[in-house]
Design a protein around this ligand. Structure first.
Ligand SMILES: Cc1ncc(COP(=O)(O)O)c(C=O)c1O
Length: 394
């Protein structure tokens, strides 16, 4: 490996959510935080260098996104997946969730339905509620082997009640990668019932073989016309704090409506460092770094799953097809969710995400973030095992 992901970096003094908000989130600072979805690794050295160079300039006035910014984004998408994106389809968003919000506002009215497939990334439900839209759920179906599938008959019924569908692919928190066939079926139903698809593809760069990421919009030329893809380099290169994301909207009318919503709150200004970081990341060097990052993440996933199978077989975890998030099934512990959280926080001293926040299907589950050096993951697993032994759960 050319890059080193084993280095432990102390983040406690950096005002970051994962390390500085534990008291308010978990009621204690005495935990190992493996919750919010950023990684404990340094970003790539060539990104750090580019930001440092820009920082040395000293003038941080309003930035713009020049041609090179969009060329870098086009390069990345085409080289990762083969999708040739026209630069005029792309637009900036200060975040992926913000892009999803503008897309909801542009394509639905108050009181209208927004379709979700829980368990799913929790801010979606929050933004639907905050914007006075109605959540319409088509829950994913959990299979015995821990994989998730789609109830298409239910999806079609629910699509009749919705204006917009938020697709989360790759899926957080289950790690599911939607197959082309699944996407095709979903798309046909959305076309039939005039549902606009907001495809959140922020985790698109963390997809593990044999799974393949398919951009929803590319499955069928007709899907291009109903899709707003929202994505970013933020997860991939651990630069979420630089607030730089983008949308891909091939349909001119959808694009116009999106831009109109965005202009209402005047948030089109780029982050100076985010602009530089995207251009440094979306390069052949970035691809090489990403490949190694994924190898490291796969080894962390294997480490975790092998440890659980050997020492804590009561905790079930299926190998995710994507993401650096593992969806742990604690139902065999026989604890109510509040007791489970108390056990994890007070006894195992671990800060994980409560499965319930992801909606239906989340009770009994916790999400753990394995985007950290191996020593951190091993420490977490050892703490979990020791606490479980004391309780007679191992
Ligand atoms: C599916 C998904 N979408 C969006 C985000 C957040 O994106 P942003 O910080 O750019 O709003 C996350 C972060 O965990 C995520 O998992």
């Amino acid at each position: 490996m050319k890059y080193n992901f084993d280095t432990f970096i102390d983040r406690k003094t950096t005002d970051c959510e994962k390390y500085s908000n534990n008291l308010s989130v978990f009621g204690t600072n005495d935990i190992l935080p493996l919750w919010i979805a950023d990684m404990d690794f340094a970003s790539a050295d060539f990104i750090v260098d580019a930001i440092t160079e820009r920082a040395k300039h000293g003038v941080y006035g309003y930035a713009c996104r020049c041609e090179s910014f969009w060329k870098a984004a086009q390069f990345w998408i085409e080289n990762q997946s083969g999708w040739k994106v026209d630069a005029k389809w792309m637009h900036f968003s200060p975040g992926v969730v913000a892009g999803v919000v503008f897309s909801i506002l542009a394509n639905s009215k108050e009181g209208e339905g927004v379709l979700l497939q829980p368990p799913v990334y929790h801010p979606f439900a929050n933004i639907i509620n905050h914007n006075n839209r109605k959540i319409v759920n088509n829950p994913l179906v959990k299979n015995i082997d821990g994989t998730y599938s789609i109830d298409f008959a239910d999806f079609e019924e629910k699509a009749k009640l919705a204006k917009v569908f938020i697709l989360c692919n790759p899926q957080n928190p289950t790690g599911k990668v939607y197959t082309k066939d699944e996407l095709r079926k979903l798309g046909e139903i959305c076309l039939k019932h005039n549902v606009v698809v907001i495809s959140d593809e922020i985790h698109m760069d963390f997809v593990y073989e044999p799974a393949i990421h398919t951009h929803f919009a590319t499955v069928d030329p007709r899907f291009m016309d109903i899709t707003i893809t929202v994505t970013a380099p933020s997860k991939s290169f651990n630069i979420a704090g630089l607030c730089t994301a983008y949308t891909i909207i091939p349909n001119a009318k959808l694009r116009e409506n999106y831009l109109c919503e965005m202009s209402k709150i005047h948030c089109d200004n780029s982050n100076v460092f985010g602009t530089v970081a995207l251009q440094a990341a979306y390069t052949p060097q970035g691809q090489e770094w990403m490949k190694e990052m994924n190898q490291y993440l796969i080894s962390n996933i294997d480490l975790t799953i092998e440890f659980l199978e050997k020492n804590l077989p009561n905790i079930k975890c299926r190998k995710p097809e994507a993401t650096f998030l593992l969806w742990l099934d604690f139902t065999n512990f026989g604890l109510a969710q509040d007791q489970l959280i108390e056990f994890l926080v007070k006894e195992a001293k671990l800060g994980l995400n409560d499965g319930r926040i992801y909606g239906e299907g989340g009770d009994g589950f916790m999400r753990i973030n394995i985007g950290a050096p191996k020593q951190t993951i091993q420490l977490a697993l050892d703490q979990l095992l020791e606490a479980a032994k004391k309780r007679g759960l191992a």
